[in-house]
Design a protein around this ligand. Structure first.
Ligand code: FES
Ligand SMILES: [Fe+2]
Length: 345
């Protein structure tokens, strides 16, 4: 599988980009350097000097421009070479690096790496992560696994019964009513358990009296390439499902390479919750990191290793009822990648 280029990917959380330093990251198998210009606006450039291909991120930032750390060529935020300390100072033709669109939205920095004009509205709605209105708690994991395996993981939450026994799962999950739907290229994978007694971990987090049977919803919205919104909550059995408060969790996956993924996840709670909201957000992010890091991540990495160099479909995966949403998302992504390849051919 090759990547979808004309799409928005998360490149960093907003707080990762400082005013006075550069951040270098491999995204879609390309080295990108990011920083903030003098106005604080985010900038993303190819992290490769056109002279001898040194990473620009090993140079230094001076007045919103990067000075290459090898022979001192200087590049502005548009990627144009604007200073040559050698000879008569002439700027050689072709002395530029590619600039990428980098947009700050929903506490994240979104990069567009395709050749088409970026479509600003195409960033899916994650307004619950808007720092103006929400208390946002953010975290990051790196996975040595393909990013679509990560999509499978979130779209098919039937796995929580087996992988997250002590934290997120229960034996009621296998009997959850699941539904898959699609609107345009957005895919929904919804699950609803009935008469479920939640594990202590969730009863405590959601302040549900111990042993109360509930209906729990776990609804995932997927947008290409791999940006997901998970909405979860529970009401006592017998109450109309999905009527209580939902907790929202964003899962953003960006390929580092074909077999490695950047994983950003975050909660947002309304600012109106005040101090309680900060406490809730900090506790939620610290708690959720444990199953993600200690249970999902080792399995994802072991899956990737086990696939050796074969593709998902070459291995003829067995399909189960619970993975319909994941498969739908794969199909949409594959179609988008195919369209993009035929448009550029
Ligand atoms: S490699 Fe950048 S100036 Fe020489
Ligand atoms: Fe999981």
């Amino acid at each position: 599988m090759t990547f979808l280029y004309n799409a928005w990917y998360v490149a960093a959380w907003d707080h990762e980009l400082k005013n006075d330093s550069m951040l270098s990251r491999r995204l879609l198998d390309k080295k990108i350097v990011m920083y903030r210009d003098e106005n604080g606006d985010p900038v993303a450039l190819q992290d490769r000097c056109p002279h001898r291909f040194a990473p620009l991120s090993l140079g230094c930032l001076r007045d919103g421009e990067i000075e290459c750390g090898y022979h001192g060529l200087r590049f502005n935020a548009k990627g144009q070479c604007v200073g040559n300390p050698h000879g008569n100072g002439h700027i050689p033709k072709g002395a530029s690096v590619r600039k990428y669109s980098l947009v700050e939205r929903y506490s994240a920095l979104w990069i567009w790496m395709g050749n088409n004009e970026p479509i600003s509205d195409a960033i899916p709605d994650f307004s619950f992560l808007d720092p103006k209105t929400s208390i946002v708690a953010k975290d990051y994991l790196h996975a040595r696994a393909n990013y679509v395996l990560e999509t499978d993981n979130i779209m098919d939450l039937s796995h929580i019964e087996f992988m997250h026994k002590s934290t997120l799962g229960s034996s009621a999950v296998r009997n959850a009513v699941s539904e898959v739907s699609q609107e345009g290229n957005t895919v929904w994978s919804r699950r609803l358990t009935k008469d479920e007694v939640l594990p202590d971990f969730l009863e405590e987090a959601w302040r549900i009296p111990k042993g109360t049977p509930v209906s729990r919803w776990m609804d995932v919205r997927w947008d290409a390439p791999a940006n997901m919104l998970l909405s979860v909550g529970a009401v006592p059995s017998g109450d109309a499902p999905r009527t209580g408060n939902s907790t929202y969790i964003a899962h953003f996956f960006t390929p580092e390479t074909e077999t490695a993924t950047h994983y950003w996840f975050g909660f947002g709670f309304p600012k109106s919750m005040g101090d309680a909201g900060y406490e809730r957000a900090n506790t939620a992010i610290a708690n959720i990191r444990k199953p993600f890091e200690l249970e999902d991540l080792p399995m994802l990495e072991a899956q990737q290793e086990n696939m050796e160099d074969q593709s998902f479909w070459e291995l003829k995966p067995v399909l189960l009822a619970g993975d319909a949403g994941a498969i739908r998302a794969r199909r949409v992504l594959e179609a988008l990648i195919k369209d993009e390849a035929s448009d550029s051919a």
